[in-house]
Design a protein around this ligand. Structure first.
Ligand code: MN
Length: 503
């Protein structure tokens, strides 16, 4: 897949002319110190550059227009080092199309109690300068992230890096293309949605293709490429004996490799960042793409089964957000339950398509019959997902808006081996508990398909929802069903009244 372009975040400091050139020089120098120091934060997802010290309406307007136009600028961090009358920000901020964070910090950490004078006070006045900025952001109903604390505080840096990851995912979605082979699984509702609204709100486009377009790409793969890929499989996975070179079912593996190569070529040629398939439309393909989907997801492509383009785009965004963090991210489906009195568990899986980025160990490569789809037996990677904290996220279209539903879960080791289950799987406990979580999820209309991640957090998804202006409902340790149901009712009214999140 094409490497994403370089992205940066701009640190923009607000002040005014009132103070004269001396203090302003100091403000700019301090801003440079902060940017340089923040850049040294371990794991910072992209550089942060001190861009400008702004003291006039014209300057703010010019900077916001420049940010809109600069393809590298993923977002802005605004900070009022001194007082910056905020009416001068209205013109620029009303034009700004990039996300911003409001960093409420102060250059000096400690007050020099025995030395403090009015010069110190005037140089360190974010305490009220940022309140003036906060007012205009609130008055203009601008979506933004607010981060509070000293710029050397590790927690502040953590919040900032976390937000920068989301900005990276958002930037990646703008102009992104997703390919949809065939349509939706017939008669399924939750995977449907308004693609025009999604393009207006999220910035990506979803384009449909006949499966014949994919078949053409698959058929033009050479035998030598197929053999090379089969050799790569043999190195990476525990290949079932019957699938090995010269064995009885090796042709099934070759068919799967050919599908992978054809699908990758199609996606690369079109510059796509994700795709959907549907088992109801496979004319000309020998198998439902399983292994191919698993491996392409692991490379960073978004994916949704049964035409589920919303989950496909959400998964891609979450993969970009989580890139570089420990733990993988996969397409997932709540498949079946263990309703034991001592504690209920969910077994998540799909027919085939779980990303190998969440494999606990070396996956085994197997071929088994698949009852649906009416095709030959598909190859797939089989593995368990490791124990650890994770979450499920689902994006649904409620007709007048999109709703993002998130449930934090704790993945556990499967209580017993699953020797007859021929698919990759994850077993988890829902937070706060099974009954509350599932009751809330179903009340909210959450889908059976989700994007499942060990690396992306509820904070990431909240920041994403803020930027997109959509509703997010979180089911976590604190969730109480009665309060959750009230939140849904209040949101119903709020999203009819608020001028956001509609398209
Ligand atoms: Mn499904």
């Amino acid at each position: 897949m094409k490497k994403p372009q370089r992205q940066v975040v701009w640190l923009v400091t607000g002040s005014q002319e009132l103070y004269g050139p001396g203090p302003l020089k100091q403000v700019a120098a301090n801003s440079r110190v902060i940017a340089r120091s923040l850049n040294g934060t371990k794991g910072i997802p992209m550089p942060i550059e001190f861009k400008s010290l702004l003291t006039t309406s014209e300057g703010v307007r010019a900077l916001c227009l420049e940010a809109n136009q600069d393809p590298e600028c993923a977002g802005l961090v605004l900070w009022m080092h001194t007082f910056s009358p905020s009416r001068m920000w209205i013109g620029g901020l009303s034009l700004l199309r990039k996300p911003f964070a409001h960093l409420h910090t102060q250059f000096n950490r400690d007050l020099p109690w025995s030395e403090i004078d009015m010069d110190f006070m005037n140089l360190n006045q974010a305490a009220h300068g940022d309140r003036e900025a906060g007012f205009i952001h609130a008055r203009m109903r601008l979506p933004r992230k607010i981060i509070v604390g000293h710029w050397q505080d590790p927690e502040v840096r953590d919040r900032l890096c976390s937000w920068m990851r989301v900005v990276r995912g958002w930037h990646d979605a703008q102009g992104a293309r997703f390919a949809r082979f065939g349509d939706n699984m017939r008669r399924v509702a939750v995977t449907e949605g308004n693609k025009v609204s999604a393009e207006v709100l999220f910035g990506y486009q979803v384009d449909g293709y006949g499966v014949g377009d994919l078949v053409k790409a698959v058929d033009s793969v050479s035998d030598s490429e197929v053999d090379r890929l089969c050799a790569e499989y043999a190195e990476l996975y525990d290949v079932a004996p019957s699938l090995r070179r010269g064995a009885r079912r090796h042709r099934s593996l070759k068919d799967a490799a050919r599908i992978e190569l054809g699908l990758r070529a199609f996606l690369e040629a079109g510059g796509f960042k994700g795709f959907t398939t549907t088992f109801e439309d496979l004319h000309g393909l020998r198998q439902l793409p399983g292994l191919a989907v698993q491996r392409l997801m692991a490379e960073g492509y978004g994916f949704g089964a049964e035409g589920d383009w919303k989950t496909c785009a959400l998964l891609r965004m979450m993969k970009v957000v989580g890139q570089g963090l420990p733990g993988g991210t996969s397409f997932m489906e709540d498949y079946t339950y263990h309703l034991h009195p001592s504690g209920s568990l969910v077994l998540g899986a799909h027919m085939l398509e779980i990303c190998e980025s969440i494999a606990a160990g070396k996956p085994s490569l197997e071929v088994h019959p698949l009852g649906i789809g009416g095709k030959e037996d598909p190859a797939r990677l089989v593995f368990n997902a490791p124990a650890g904290a994770a979450l499920n996220a689902s994006l649904v279209d409620l007709g007048n808006r999109f709703r993002l539903i998130v449930n934090e879960v704790d993945v556990v080791e499967p209580p017993a081996p699953l020797p007859k289950l021929p698919v990759a799987r994850a077993v988890w406990k829902c937070r706060p508990d099974f009954k509350t979580a599932c009751g809330a999820w179903i009340r909210a209309g959450g889908a059976h398909h989700t994007a499942f991640s060990y690396s992306v957090t509820a904070e990431h998804l909240r920041d994403f929802a803020e930027i997109a202006g959509i509703e997010m409902l979180l089911i976590d340790r604190e969730t109480r069903l009665a309060e959750f149901e009230k939140e849904i009712r209040w949101n119903e009214a709020y999203y009819h009244l608020a001028p956001i999140g509609r398209a």
